[in-house]
Design a protein around this ligand. Sequence first.
Ligand code: NAP
Length: 334
Amino acid sequence: MRIGIHGAGSIGCFVGGRLAAAGLPVVLVGRERLQREIGNHGLTVSDFGERLVLPAGAVRYATDPRALAECDAVLVCVKSAQTAEVAAELAGILRPDAVVASFQNGVRNPETLRAALGSRPVVASIVDFNVVSQGEGVFHRGTDGGLKLERVAGADALAPTLRRAGLEVLELDAIAPHQWTKLLINLNNAVVALTDEPTPRLLQDPTLRRVVAALIDEAVGVLRAAGIPTAPLRGLPVSVMPKILRLPTPLVRLVTRRQMKVDPEARSSMWEDLQRGRPTEIDYLNGEILRVAEAHGASAPVNARLVAAVRDAEAAGGGSPGTSPVALARALGV
Ligand SMILES: NC(=O)c1ccc[n+]([C@@H]2O[C@H](COP(=O)([O-])OP(=O)(O)OC[C@H]3O[C@@H](n4cnc5c(N)ncnc54)[C@H](OP(=O)(O)O)[C@@H]3O)[C@@H](O)[C@H]2O)c1
């Protein structure tokens, strides 16, 4: 399979780099800034166990989406706000049988792609690991975790191709409950973005745990009111998560010691968006809970206050406001 990546930033360069390192034909499409960076330094993908270095010139990084015309599959890796724009571009470029996969957070991106792409198979996917761009062409996976792909007719070759690049892939007939569970986990991205605290602190600091528990608890209630099913997380119903987070720290450590490996300095991609002065995906994460609540006569005041705080931070510019955990808890009314 010739794979294309549309929106090659952190996730796209990591996945594209792994495919290229496995000798598979891949073309990355994205911004001139990264084209220059990778042109100068090559592309390095690293994680806990491996560091794969592709020298400058070894990976094709284009800025014109027409470079994707001959691809058998394209992985869409832009942030959710850009999905409609790239879907329209792809509709005019891709072959009628090309497979398109959404490698994005949020629950609506596959729907947006399907609306623009006619009969082409569109694969909803979940990226269960975190990648940060470290500069000089280095993209580092700071957690373990793999990919979940929806099983879609006409797209059978995609999962085996990704496995050839050493990525762990689980195929699912019904992916929507897993997308909602992932969205519940991603409610904490904004907490990292606003406090400037590394992700592991969310489990270590009792005030941050209380904030995250309140966000998830509220969202679980909204999804329940709307009749939206969620998938279990590591064998447990998601409604148990806030209960665990409210336990005393030594007990939380005990219960979560077999949870995912996370780099001590890992932060969310929403934090990275604030640092770079870009709009965040808040409307597609916590904002999605507000939309569901409104549609079903429920309310989500804690998530609503968090959405407002992130909008303020976006408008202010200047990166993460570095709100203290106590100040954030107070501002959210938790
Ligand atoms: N990073 C993670 O750890 C992680 C983990 C799980 C899931 N996700 C999800 O994966 C998706 C991608 O995240 P990411 O962190 O990889 O984002 P990212 O680093 O911002 O990468 C997206 C890239 O696409 C570029 N882009 C936007 N519009 C484009 C267009 N029309 N044509 C070409 N390039 C375009 C962006 O440039 P500009 O910045 O100039 O717009 C950016 O360089 C998001 O939905 C995110 O929530 C991320």
